[in-house]
Design a protein around this ligand. Structure first.
Ligand code: DP6
Length: 327
């Protein structure tokens, strides 16, 4: 059996994907832009046996039951179809996150799985084809095939919906500081949360139209190295996404009280003259966008007022193969 291990890094959206135009193909309602991070990643090993049968999926050392394996199994079926093979898969995945507080992500998980499984199945996909494949596992995984700043073009069909790197100005060196906040209650999954938002939130059309325009504006701001514009667009996209969840039926939010408290501290740090801009995803953690020049001062400003664990991230690399072994 050919066993392939791949590593893919988590990305955080600067312009959010929060709604599908096609649930089956995972085509997004709007394009989105992200930053791949160095500190958070998944390592995934895949091998295919010669015989059909149930796939085996071990996550962080624990064998997963049929329900937990279902999404991985459905994804592996796509790989088997493309490669014209039928054997059951052996999958083992480890999340590398400094602390388990909601930082393990489907973006790194499905990007690593797409790369490892396609290679183990004998396919040699180019980055665009890999990005399209990863998309079928989880939308945000489309972007984790690439390092640094990335745009996911929403596209109109399976062939045209993929990600690619975005060129940034040479002087731009982004940093993202994750402020870890304990989840008190179980989150609504991003899959269910965005479906509810699309179906019921009157703010969704405004969110998605703005995100489409802002994705283009973000590409221009990254090329120009305009940190203020990058930061303002980042905050607006996150807050519009979270505004749209508040207006859904039934309404919901990922914000915990500590999320608002951390956001207030970031505003104070910015009022003190430092570039620091928030973004939040489908959980209570707050991430602060800044650059390499200012990150130490931003961290000092946050530490002065917050007890939370902080993780400073730089841009991370593209998904890659770590090992290939024949057993
Ligand atoms: C808030 O990629 O987890 O992180 O496509 O249903 O698997 P599915 O959703 P997922 O959603 C990510 C939502 C987000 C914003 C983003 O990454 O753009």
């Amino acid at each position: 059996m050919l066993k392939v291990t791949a590593r893919a890094h988590t990305n955080i959206a600067l312009i959010k994907y929060w709604g599908k135009a096609d649930q089956q193909l995972i085509l997004p309602a709007n394009s989105s832009v992200s930053l791949t991070l160095d500190r958070f990643y998944a390592d995934t090993t895949v091998g295919f046996t010669d015989q059909p049968g149930p796939d085996r999926f071990v996550l962080d050392g624990r064998l997963q039951d049929a329900a937990a394996t279902h999404r991985v199994h459905a994804f592996l079926d796509l790989v088997r179809q493309q490669a014209h093979i039928h054997g059951a898969a052996r999958v083992s995945s480890t999340n590398h996150v400094p602390n388990a507080a909601g930082l393990a992500s489907s973006s790194s998980a499905f990007a690593a799985l797409a790369l490892a499984a396609s290679r183990a199945a004998g396919l040699s996909l180019d980055p665009t084809a890999l990005s399209r494949l990863a998309r079928r596992g989880s939308g945000s995984a489309t972007r984790s095939i690439f390092g640094g700043t990335v745009i996911w073009h929403r596209g109109t069909d399976d062939a045209s919906s993929f990600a690619e790197p975005v060129t940034t100005a040479p002087n731009l060196d982004l940093r993202m500081v994750a402020i870890l906040i304990d989840a008190q209650q179980k989150d609504v999954s991003s899959r269910n949360g965005m479906a509810r938002t699309v179906a019921t939130s009157p703010y969704f059309p405004v969110f998605t139209a703005t995100a489409e325009r802002d994705s283009q504006a973000m590409v221009a701001a990254l090329a120009a190295g305009d940190l203020e514009q990058i930061g303002e667009l980042t905050e607006r996209s996150a807050l519009m996404m979270h505004g749209a969840t508040l207006a859904a039926q039934p309404p919901f939010t990922y914000f915990a009280p500590a999320t608002l408290a951390a956001w207030a501290v970031v505003r104070a740090v910015r009022a003190g003259g430092l570039p620091a801009y928030v973004t939040m995803d489908a959980g209570p953690n707050v991430k602060v966008l800044t650059d390499a020049t200012h990150v130490d001062a931003v961290v000092a400003g946050l530490r002065a007022q917050l007890d939370n664990e902080l993780v400073v991230c730089a841009p991370g690399p593209a998904a890659r193969i770590l090992t290939t072994t024949e057993e």
